[in-house]
Design a protein around this ligand. Structure first.
Ligand SMILES: [Zn+2]
Length: 401
């Protein structure tokens, strides 16, 4: 579908000067105060809708000169974000109520709409005569409708613009499908060996460096109730830098890989891997390292965006089922056993490859009933175990083939 526009974020690094940083931080202080006021309103059982909060803002600005010094747009957007967060806490499962933002453990984040910012001579102009240099690493596809200015845990500032662009659709596929099984030894094993994503171990590679920084932090930590020393904060930033580098390498690899997979395949059957499931086992560290969650998220996001058929398959029994004849082995395969051997038909394959094939077969079988991608994903999520039970009984499937 060429010509369809999509709303996306384009993020750029900022290089604010000392005065700009000061202005941004004090702006953040005012917005943080407002957010905490709104949380207080909720605690005292006055339901803070955005309308009520706006009235509160008007009154507070009339009363307090220090609040009037700040940008009204940024303050309004803070309350809007708060109202949305509160709304989500009622509607989205597992989402908690918005909490107080404490100065020591929240990072600055400010939002401006078109009324509050503009781009002039390549600089981002914010209220209060604050101008910030932007590193334009790529061109903005259109006029931005809003911007979020934020600082990360390394102290770097970024601007994330909301823009519209024409949707990029990868070319037509050859009509092949792919099944993806997540693992520790190989991050993603697919039905086609060419698309396997090996374990790259970015976090493992820098583990020693990170441990060194963390030991330094431990030595320099002051007792509770004392402000952290400068050298402690330096060590903390070093640890965060090492961690962030590995995380970025993981994201980059996940994107590259997902792009390649999505470009060629029209049906993508993904094992519905739950990182929490592995987090309890001793594989936890390695699975966190492999960033399976990031790979899965990226693959689903890119697949849906490109209009591919993405089907999530519950992981139950996928390693135990023969992809050739659908017979399920009687016992669970130990982690040490790397080859799958079918007792019924004698089929042997790499354990993960067999699982990927089973995942694809399950997805193809359930395809007829699942016409819409989102519907399919929702139904698999809700009745995941049912889908497997309906699809996998050996006698039924053998008969249908
Ligand atoms: Zn078999």
């Amino acid at each position: 579908m060429p010509g369809v526009s999509e709303t996306v974020r384009y993020t750029y690094r900022l290089r604010p000067g000392r005065q700009a940083v000061e202005a941004l931080l004090s702006e953040w202080g005012r917005c943080r105060w407002l957010w905490n006021e709104a949380v207080h309103q909720q605690k005292t059982r006055r339901k803070p809708t955005f309308c009520k909060l706006s009235k509160l803002l008007t009154e507070a600005r009339a009363r307090n000169a220090w609040l009037r010094e700040g940008s009204q747009v940024a303050q309004q957007q803070t309350l809007r974000t708060y109202a949305a967060a509160l709304d989500h806490s009622f509607k989205v499962k597992g989402r908690g109520q918005p909490k107080k933002k404490r100065a020591k453990d929240t990072l600055p984040s400010l939002e401006y709409t078109t009324r509050g910012f503009r781009i002039k001579d390549g600089r981002l102009c914010l209220p209060g005569k604050v101008t910030v240099a932007v590193l334009w690493s790529r061109q903005l596809p259109s006029e931005p409708t809003s911007v979020r200015v934020y600082q990360d845990n390394l102290g770097h500032w970024y601007a994330s613009f909301v823009v519209k662009r024409t949707a990029v659709v990868p070319g037509e596929t050859s009509g092949t499908s792919i099944g993806v099984d997540w693992g520790v030894k190989t991050t993603a094993t697919t039905t086609d060996a060419d698309f396997d994503l090996p374990y790259l171990g970015h976090r493992k590679r820098c583990a020693a460096e990170r441990a060194k920084a963390q030991r330094k932090m431990a030595r320099r930590r002051r007792p509770k109730g004392h402000a952290p020393s400068k050298s402690y904060l330096t060590a903390k930033r070093q640890a965060a830098r090492v961690e962030k580098k590995a995380a970025r390498q993981n994201t980059h690899d996940a994107r590259q890989w997902a792009g390649q997979v999505v470009a060629v395949h029209h049906l993508i059957a993904v094992e519905d891997f739950k990182p929490k499931f592995l987090a309890k086992s001793r594989m936890a560290r390695k699975s966190a390292d492999a960033a399976i969650g990031a790979c899965k998220r990226e693959l689903i996001y890119r697949g849906i965006r490109a209009g591919r058929e993405v089907v999530l398959v519950p992981p139950a029994y996928t390693t135990m089922t023969c992809s050739e004849c659908d017979t399920r082995t009687k016992h669970r395969l130990g982690l040490g056993i790397r080859t799958f051997e079918c007792a019924a038909c004698g089929y042997t394959a790499c354990r993960d490859r067999n699982a990927a094939r089973t995942i694809l077969a399950t997805a193809e079988r359930n395809r007829a009933s699942a016409d819409d991608v989102r519907h399919a994903i929702a139904s698999l999520r809700d009745g995941g175990s049912d889908a497997v039970r309906a699809g996998n009984p050996p006698d039924l499937s053998v008969g249908s083939r």
